[in-house]
Design a protein around this ligand. Structure first.
Ligand code: NAD
Ligand code: UD2
Length: 307
């Protein structure tokens, strides 16, 4: 039985991937420091799951976790961009040193395949208003984005020098069950759905006509599985989005339908630096991966709301 390591596996995306790997009959090790992740996101009673509480910034812990595994999904990171702005030094440990430790541990132990969670944040505000392709100029505007882009470059170095097989995905806006809504910078869908269910007022920053390319976590997990399991992977980074623009106003209308109405919606000034339109060109992803059938926004929201 192949055993895979999922760093950050107790978090939102990671725990959804863990469920899929276990359901497919694989063994899974999770390395997570529980800074954001939760034990309750994991089926700890499954004998094919091993949970290691530890930090990806600790090279020794990472080396032990990597040894003998068939491949790594490296998802551990401080996912909050704002946290990286507030504390670049400490988030760099998780978001960059963690990636370097994973590369080095894989080299030491002869593990080749790694799936890496990069981000649309590496494009900054470039490509605004058009479908953003992978060749779009990189403009990391925050420590978070700089660390993600540096991680991509290091993975490419380890590929050329040491034969690693990275599958690099640049996620656009991922949503679904277990996304944490607790910070004002959490994903907008997690915030809006939680507030709608609790009847709390919703704040829209700007006129609500800004658009995002929302991607359901269950669909993402199918791609991550292919990245881990397929015979060969393209080493070039690939955007993960549907190339569809959904405005916040459309999103709120959908949530309203599913919740039987909305609490009061207030419009506040747009967030400084907020990108107006963010949409992926996914032609390369389509060319290299078997695309899952798209979970429609309404269905994804239904799963999230449990209705
Ligand atoms: P998340 O916060 O739910 O998951 C990240 C997990 O990593 C958490 O469980 C956290 O406890 C763990 N972690 C953080 N620092 C760690 C460390 N030093 N050592 C060990 N574990 C650590 O966030 P998520 O949305 O599931 O994000 C998963 C990955 O996808 C991250 O790398 C994130 O940057 C990336 N990403 C997410 C999105 C999105 O829309 N959610 C978009 C782009 C990229
Ligand atoms: C996403 C990522 C961010 C970074 C960025 C790169 C998430 C959670 N954030 O930011 O990490 O990669 O892309 O482009 O994935 N909004 C409201 N009300 C709220 C919360 C948000 O109106 O209560 C707005 C917000 O101003 C923005 C939109 O909703 O216009 C989406 O916000 P977001 O934080 O979910 O995601 P985004 O695309 O700004």
């Amino acid at each position: 039985m192949a055993e895979f390591l999922v760093t950050g596996g107790a978090g939102f995306i990671g725990s959804n991937l863990v469920d899929a790997l276990l359901a497919a009959g694989h063994g899974v090790r999770v390395l997570d420091n529980l800074s954001m992740g939760k034990r309750s996101n994991l089926p700890l009673d499954n004998p094919r799951l091993r949970f290691i509480e530890g930090d990806v910034a600790d090279a020794e812990v990472v080396a032990q976790a990597v040894a003998g595994c068939a491949g790594v999904a490296h998802l551990a990171a401080v996912a909050s961009v704002q946290a990286s702005v507030d504390d670049p030094v400490s988030t760099h440990q998780s978001n960059f040193i963690g990636t370097l430790n994973v590369c080095e541990a894989m080299r030491q132990h002869g593990v080749r395949r790694v799936v890496y969670a990069s981000s649309a944040a590496i494009y900054g505000n470039n490509g605004e208003g058009v479908a953003i392709d992978e060749a779009t100029a990189k403009a990391p505007l925050t420590p978070y984005a700089s660390d993600k882009l540096a991680g991509e470059h290091y993975l490419d170095f380890y590929r050329r020098q040491h034969g690693l097989e990275p599958a690099v995905f640049r996620f656009f806006n991922i949503f679904g069950p277990r996304q944490d809504p607790s910070s004002p910078y959490s994903g907008v869908i997690s915030i809006f759905t939680q507030r709608a269910q609790q009847g709390l007022p919703i704040s829209v920053f700007g006129d609500g006509e800004q658009t995002r390319d929302f991607f359901y976590v269950g669909d993402l997990v199918m791609l991550l599985m292919q990245g881990l399991l397929s015979e060969q992977v393209v080493s070039d980074p690939l955007n993960v989005g549907w190339s569809q623009a959904v405005s916040l106003n459309q999103l709120l209308a959908e949530i309203g339908v599913l919740c039987g109405g909305l609490p009061p919606v207030t419009h506040l000034p747009a967030r400084a630096g907020d990108i107006r339109h963010s949409r992926a060109d996914n032609a390369r992803l389509q060319a290299h991966y078997h695309m899952p059938e798209q979970t429609p926004l309404r269905e994804g929201l239904r799963q999230l709301l449990g209705v």
